[in-house]
Design a protein around this ligand. Structure first.
Ligand code: UT7
Length: 330
């Protein structure tokens, strides 16, 4: 019988330091009122100067592995979704493979920005259901504070750091990755990007002076695309799975802005209490956002047999995607 990929355990790590809206008032011309009313954010976590994407990813992974009942030695593959890797190369996944002591595991990074975790679920599902691997560790980890200009009020209030991980296996109890749907449009890549640091604009004194190594975003435009693309990704994923909107028990959208989340929820006519949010306390943690929210949802709520969770995300690229997770009957 064909193997079905399932998440058997999750874990997360959030740095200790909290950056509140009040703190930001001391740094740029902004206010708690503006930030909260435009984004729903109250605070976000910031990694310390000697804490990196691989460190946070490892901590989340260790928690997920402990809960999964398998050890790092059993892992066949480590996948890391990030736009803030420790280095351009080697991969953050390879660094984590060494720290976790997972000698049998292949390891690579991939990036689909804020859609990274959803892309990762699709990659893991393909490897497991194709019979290539049995035990996969999917990590989303971001130190966005390393690419944010804390003098730019348009962006610095929005982002935070954090990591989350999932152990994905071919057997055992957990959440089946029932369906995924992915999309991309690189035609508007300039609306959300990190212009410097790649081969088009390697680091030079001039590029650093121009601030090209900071995230740049046309927020209003991105907002419109985010709502439209997340809605269509979710609908496409439901169609592929043969499910109706009413079959969704929990909606976990990308945690970029509470107004975006509410706009999507409204289009889905889902009970407000079934839309899971962490944006108020962690801000936008890019790839880690839906992953951290999923981990917290599993900690806090009872997910019954057969319940369907719909994850939906949107990010730079642009990329977008949705995944339906179903509590396995086993
Ligand atoms: O994770 C990937 C996906 N990312 C997203 O989905 C983010 C999408 N975009 C957004 O969430 C929103 O567009 C923002 C939160 C970034 C901005 O909200 P907005 O309602 O679209 O505001 P705006 O950019 O139109 O700015 C309105 C005003 C501007 O002033 P003027 O030009 O009207 O005088 C901004 O300069 O608000 C000003 N502003 C601020 N004021 C106080 C921008 N940032 C701030 C700030 N504090 N932090």
């Amino acid at each position: 019988m064909a193997k079905a990929a399932r998440i058997v355990a999750t874990g997360s790590y959030l740095p200790e330091r909290i950056l509140t809206n009040k703190d930001l008032e001391q740094m740029v011309d902004t206010s708690d009122e503006w930030i909260f009313s435009r984004t729903g954010m109250k605070e976000r976590r910031i990694a310390s100067s000697n804490e990196f994407t691989s460190d946070m990813g490892c901590k989340a992974a260790q928690m997920a592995l402990e809960r999964s009942g398998i050890s790092a030695q059993d892992l066949d593959l480590i996948l890391v979704a990030t736009i803030t890797p420790d280095y351009v190369f080697p991969s953050t996944a390879a660094l984590i493979q060494s720290t976790l002591k997972a000698p049998q595991a292949a390891a690579f990074d991939f990036q689909a920005a804020c859609t990274g975790y959803v892309y990762g679920l699709a990659i893991a599902k393909g490897f497991i259901e194709g019979g290539v691997y049995k035990n996969i560790l999917l990590i989303a980890s971001e130190k966005l504070s390393s690419i944010i200009d804390y003098k730019d009020r348009n962006t610095c209030v929005l982002f935070g750091d954090g990591a989350s991980a999932a152990v994905i296996r071919d057997s055992g109890p957990g959440l089946l990755i029932k369906q995924t749907s992915l999309g991309a449009d690189g035609g508007v890549a300039n609306l959300l990007m990190l212009p410097g640091g790649g081969c088009r604009q390697p680091a030079t004194l001039e590029s650093v002076e121009k601030g090209l190594h900071y995230l740049s975003m046309e927020g209003k435009e991105v907002f419109k695309h985010a709502v439209r693309r997340m809605q269509s990704a979710a609908i496409h994923c439901l169609d592929l799975a043969g499910l109706a909107q009413s079959d969704i028990d929990w909606l976990i959208p990308h945690q970029a802005n509470e107004r975006i989340i509410d706009a999507i929820a409204k289009r889905f006519e889902i009970d407000e209490a079934k839309v899971f949010k962490t944006v108020h306390k962690y801000g936008n943690t890019s790839a880690s956002g839906v992953a951290i929210a999923l981990d917290e949802l599993l900690d806090e709520k009872d997910i019954g047999k057969g319940d369907n969770l719909l994850l939906v995300a949107f990010g730079a690229g642009f990329t977008w995607g949705a995944a339906i997770l179903t509590r396995a009957e086993i």
